[in-house]
Design a protein around this ligand. Sequence first.
Ligand SMILES: Nc1ncnc2c1ncn2[C@@H]1O[C@H](COP(=O)(O)OP(=O)(O)OP(=O)(O)O)[C@@H](O)[C@H]1O
Length: 335
Amino acid sequence: MTDLADFTARLTALTDGRASAPRLKEGVMTIALDVGGLDPDRREGLAAAIREGALTVPGVTDVRIAMTAERKPEEAVAAPTLPPKAPLRILAVASGKGGVGKSTLSANLAVALHRLGLKVGLVDADIYGPSQARLMGSEDQKPQARDKKLIPVTGTLGIPMLSMAHLVEPGKALAWRGPMVGNALTQLIDAEWGDTELLVVDMPPGTGDIQLTMVQKHKPVGAVIVSTPQDLALIDATRAVSLFHQAGVPMVGLVENMAGYACPHCGELSDPFGHGGAESKAGDLSMPFLGRIPLAIDIRRRSDAGDPPAAGEGVHADAFHAIARKVADWLKASA
Ligand SMILES: Nc1ncnc2c1ncn2[C@@H]1O[C@H](COP(=O)(O)OP(=O)(O)OP(=O)(O)O)[C@@H](O)[C@H]1O
């Protein structure tokens, strides 16, 4: 994770001492930058690199750079370049049918992977029913664009993210047809992700053309399939798995969501949708079983409030973290 101290140290190196110490107040980071002697391209390049880095510091939602011109041209040094970036890898989170908790898992997986130290970004590819802005508490943010590329907004824990919910009014995308949707997805994925190494992509539910184009064009390194324990959901999950197989995308594993319910009053455990179905389905499909997330009112409440359970502590956070560790191990092994 880039904390403020790390960023301040990097800033000094990046700007050869041209930047003041950053000040952070109410999510806004302010930095004075001495651009004396730099040509306009270098000035802009340096400011963009600072902005990109600053937005990775937890809690920073906006960056203001005040440019001054103290240094003389002869003192000017070449604008330093950023260290080479690791290639951006895509992890698809998908389900065969809607409503099984794919978005909830995507958000919490992104948060848990971020807490493990990965440089994670989150894309909500569910164009018709985007929910990540709400889940990650970034509904009121609007992405900017630079050189025709979108600059992600910052969600929970400073995780960069993009969703159609940030770009269109609620319900507007519903009338869109295939090509428009394909273009919109490409804009979200080919955005300015900075030093992000892994994009968690919350896929649209189902197995239609859009999903196929998405996996063929954007080539995820792996896919996590989410299902509830019901037979019908598991049959649909099988379809989702075959979509990824067709496109040559490896399976990371299957997650069972809404597994088992603990009554908040008496604590009695029940299995409204059956028990163990997803684990045995994973076995049938020769794919790893990544774990269970219980059906819990607290998960729904916190998700609705833009406060993903994985950002906190407790049994629900632990359930998401256990899955994230398996995913991180898989990613490491497949790198
Ligand atoms: N483990 C859980 N316990 C309680 N509620 C949950 C759980 N997982 C998801 N939910 C709730 O179920 C609803 C559907 O979840 P979510 O939006 O994540 O599903 P989805 O598969 O992404 O749906 P869609 O296909 O509509 O995008 C949400 O209200 C969410 O808060």
